[in-house]
Design a protein around this ligand. Structure first.
Ligand code: ADP
Ligand code: ZN
Ligand code: ZN
Length: 739
């Protein structure tokens, strides 16, 4: 018999099928992981069998060895579909389905709960990469360990020995050279082992919940649209229960950021930790490997994880649930650049099982599809525990500024914080200073400067002192004068959470504060640590970015202050309003989730912007109706698809040459073959240099179709034929993040 094999490599030339003879003694199946001799390479290459057939027209070599892991047929199918749709190698997709790390030895006695040496990277990744390239670090084992740790920082010595060929000598030598550091830590191999389990039972569903869950049949796609606190999670829990009773598995995706044990606790207390596997990037490689195996051997039937949990080796899958389906973490920015919602749609279609998408603020595309009857809409309009939605007040910061208040915190918000401090209630202050985006705004009229062609906020580029459109390349000089009201109050904005914390401490010297943003949660579990500390130690004020917004339930939080609702309005993205509305609704949903009434203060320079105005009543429908018309008018998704061709190179000239050539290639074909699409000229990317690589992009607006896929793929071939020295091209279909 002959096996068709995909070599596990991200080299484009190897992205094709190779035939190999199957030795009779090996039980090779479709999906098997094998090792094969390849070309004139000395070592064996890893490959995946994607098909088995009787004969081949070529003279072929034999498979050398078989690994135990195997990918299910459906996932081979899924990989093929993904590699086509997301313009990447088949092996890039197949790789997602393989166990984390590559086991090179048999599992010996795995440590469970004792002190071990944890090894971490001690230098900049770039310096290490340079040193490897320059031959300063020699020896395959040393390089192996460094590369392994750059992917899996903070691994135990045991895990390093398990997943690489290195020994403790290799590690010690790297420690003495200063590349690695060693710390003794207590490792809990089971991340939930310390949890006291209080079992919870099914709540009696209210009519809306009951109606929603009754409508979820054994297949089909459902959008569960329910306001914050309406009891969506309870529905997920009972759906999973339904599956367990039929001996079926469930996959539940949640945004990476809310994958804290706090979220997972609800599932553990209902089903017990023995039934649950958690998969996300914060786990150590060993923990991920364990989770993978517990799923593979059927021990864990409930998989909770970030987007990659879709590819867990489940058997008998009964449902996929995606919570906060609008979240941008479902869109992968690394190869393969897939969208987890789309992949879940494909997978559930293939398996004929239901897909449930849940959100209080659905993605425009999904709600549009639901309205058009393409998917089923399930609605929850009331809070499940009878608490009321919080009372939202919008503070016009232009007035605040005019009255002489230069603080980031308005008088109104100060008063409310003070009230909360007196009543010993907790407050969350939210400031979304994620990313670099600095914007220019008139503080007299709230006007931000927008592209005339795209209705998108222009981004300030400091280096050239210009304002640029990230879509069509339009640019203009920075103006000292507001084009709307002619005042000379144009200001640059860019204050972050750190400055906010300082200010809070100055104004309320006796209040206790805790800050949560990328800078404070980098260590494993510090996310949970901060949230627990806030909750258990009764800290007065939690200050944070996006990560305080999602999913958390703090009974004592009765006040939420949004420092600047405008940050997301100015990100230079067609999703700006959508993201603003989503964030405001989510953050407001943190206030007053129990008996005490919640108050929300939203500070803005754009009180009449519809995304901000409608968040006052948290009326998604109203927002949707306005936004969908704008999308239609300007031809943005869901009325078209956007293909973003990102090009980069170390050399600016080389990059320009690549961009020109690819654009000409596309343009000629688009004209000659009458493609109905909009092809934009190459423009520098919003962040036009990252890590010494210059970046440009070409945007295509189209209705995605096979024909367009072929066009883009042949453009990729054109690129590979150029044999660019340092150039790279990455393609993203409907990116969530346009930076
Ligand atoms: P969501 O996921 O929509 O934000 P949750 O499922 O977290 O909502 O529910 C919010 C609160 O309401 C939780 O404290 C939950 O225990 C409670 N709850 C949910 N469903 C019910 C119900 N049927 N009866 C009573 N309380 C409920
Ligand atoms: Zn103005
Ligand atoms: Zn433009």
């Amino acid at each position: 018999m002959i096996a068709e094999i995909i070599i596990n490599s991200n080299v484009k030339n190897l992205d094709r099928i190779f035939d190999y003879e199957i030795p009779t003694e090996l039980n090779v199946k479709v999906g098997s992981r094998v090792f094969v001799p390849f070309g004139n390479m000395k070592t064996l290459e890893e490959g995946i069998v994607i098909n088995i057939k009787d004969k081949t027209e070529y003279k072929v070599k034999s498979i050398s060895a078989l690994q135990e892991e195997q990918i299910n047929d459906e996932y081979i199918e899924l990989s093929k579909w993904m590699s086509n749709r997301y313009f990447c190698n088949l092996s890039d997709c197949l790789n997602l389905m393989l166990p984390p790390g590559r086991k090179t030895k048999n599992i010996q006695n795995r440590i469970t709960d004792k002190k071990v040496n944890q090894i971490s990277i001690a230098k900049d990744y770039e310096i290490i990469e340079q040193d490897i390239e320059a031959g300063i670090i020699k020896g395959k084992k040393q390089i192996d360990v460094l590369e392994f740790l750059m992917r899996n920082d903070n691994s135990s010595m045991q895990d390093i020995e398990l997943f690489t060929d290195a020994t403790s000598n290799t590690v010690n030598s790297l420690v003495s050279k200063g590349y690695l550091s060693k710390n003794e830590v207590k490792v809990e191999r089971n991340p939930f082992i310390h949890k006291v389990e209080v079992r919870s039972v099914d709540l009696k569903l209210n009519d809306e919940q009951q109606n929603a869950i009754d409508r979820i049949k054994s297949s089909g796609e459902y959008l569960l649209y329910g306001i914050t606190g309406s009891g969506k999670t309870e529905i997920y829990l009972q759906l999973i229960e339904r599956m367990l009773k039929q001996n079926k598995s469930s996959i539940m995706l949640v945004p990476e950021i809310s994958l804290t044990p706090q979220t997972v606790d609800r599932f553990i207390s209902r089903f017990g930790s023995e039934n649950i596997a958690v998969m996300h990037s914060k786990l150590s490689i060993g923990e991920r490997y364990d989770a993978w195996n517990r799923i593979k051997n059927g021990e864990a039937k409930i998989i909770i994880g970030a987007r990659s949990a879709l590819f867990a080796p489940v058997t008998n899958l009964g449902v996929i649930i995606i919570d906060e389906e609008h979240d941008e973490s479902y869109s992968s920015e690394m190869t393969p650049r897939y969208n987890a919602i789309e992949v879940a749609e494909k997978l559930t279609e293939m398996l004929e099982i239901p897909l449930v998408l849940g959100s209080a603020t659905p993605d425009m595309k999904e709600f549009y599809r639901a309205k058009n009857g393409e998917i089923q809409l399930l609605t929850l309009t009331k809070r499940a525990n009878e608490s009321n939605l919080p009372n939202v007040e919008i503070v016009d910061m232009r007035e605040s500024l005019a009255s002489g208040n230069r603080s980031m915190i308005s008088q109104k918000l100060k008063d409310e914080i003070l009230k909360n401090l007196k009543k010993k209630k907790q407050t969350i202050l939210f400031l979304n200073r994620r990313g670099f985006s600095t914007f220019v705004m008139c503080t007299d009229c709230g006007n931000t400067i927008k592209c005339k062609r795209c209705n998108i906020t222009l981004t300030y580029h400091k280096k050239e002192n210009k304002l640029k459109c990230h879509y069509c390349g339009y640019e203009q000089k920075v103006t000292a004068e507001c084009p709307e009201c002619k005042s000379r109050s144009m200001k640059y904005f860019g204050a972050g959470t750190q400055r906010l914390e300082d200010e809070v401490k100055k104004i309320f010297p006796n209040a206790s504060t805790i800050r949560m943003d990328i800078d404070t949660v980098s260590k494993k579990n510090s996310h949970e640590y901060i949230l627990n500390k806030f909750k258990n130690e009764n800290i007065d004020i939690l200050i944070g970015t996006q990560m305080v917004v999602k999913g958390h339930h703090f009974p004592k939080v009765t006040l939420v202050g949004v420092i600047s609702a405008d940050t997301n309005l100015n990100i230079g993205d067609f999703r700006a309003s959508e993201k603003t509305f989503q964030t405001l609704t989510q953050v407001a949903g943190r206030a007053g989730r129990e008996k005490d009434e919640g108050r929300v203060i939203i500070q803005t320079y754009n009180p009449e912007n519809y995304a901000i105005e409608y968040s006052k009543t948290q009326d998604y429908n109203l927002f949707y109706d306005t936004e969908i018309n704008i999308r239609k008018e300007l031809k943005y998704p869901p009325f078209c698809d956007i293909i973003m061709i990102d090009m980069s190179a170390k050399n600016e000239r080389e990059l320009i040459e690549i961009a020109k050539r690819l654009h000409i290639y596309l343009k000629n074909r688009v004209i000659n073959e009458k493609f109905g699409l909009l092809l934009y000229s190459p423009v520098p990317s919003p962040i036009d240099k990252i890590k010494d690589r210059y970046r440009m992009r070409i945007i295509i607006k189209c209705k995605y179709a096979e024909r367009i896929n072929e066009l883009v793929n042949s453009m990729l071939n054109e690129f590979y034929n150029m044999k660019a020295k340092t150039g790279r091209v990455a393609i993203m279909l409907n990116p969530h993040n346009m930076l």
